[in-house]
Design a binder for this molecule. Structure first.
Ligand SMILES: [Zn+2]
Length: 138
């Protein structure tokens, strides 16, 4: 999905620039284009968790019986907040907008990029929670 460019800086290699995006990913690019204020983030598309984030909170543990109805419909985390779906028991089906659904089994987790519409479907045995991550200011 498209992300806002927060800044550009020179990368490790002379010819390469790095764009820092508001999803906390850094993308290597050929040329800095200050007029380019948004770009597609391939790392968000790949559900790749950024480095350097800290947990800002987490939900209670839910089951199929207690899951809030809002999580079963398309919903998003807010801009600048990553989610991580942690499955403790059973299986939760994770449906991120724009890519295929995947089954997250007990002991596994799935990354939820900021502001990406998604929904989940827990099975009857499922027990899970969602943790939220952001980058500390400064
Ligand atoms: Zn990204």
């Amino acid at each position: 999905m498209k992300r806002k460019v927060l800044s550009y800086h020179r990368g490790e290699h002379h010819a390469v620039w790095v764009a820092t995006l508001d999803c906390f990913h850094s993308l290597d690019i050929e040329q800095a284009q200050p007029s380019c204020i948004e770009m597609m983030c391939s790392k968000c598309a790949a559900l790749q968790f950024p480095e350097g984030l800290t947990e800002s909170g987490r939900t209670a543990e839910f089951t199929a019986a207690t899951v809030p109805a809002g999580l079963l419909k398309n919903h998003t985390t807010k801009a600048g907040t990553w989610g991580q779906l942690h499955v403790l028991d059973g299986c939760v089906s994770y449906h991120p907008d724009g890519s295929s659904a995947r089954d997250i089994q007990a002991g596994e987790h799935a990354n939820i990029p900021p502001a990406l519409p998604h929904s989940i479907r827990p099975d009857d045995m499922a027990r899970f929670y969602v943790a939220f991550y952001t980058r500390p200011a400064g």
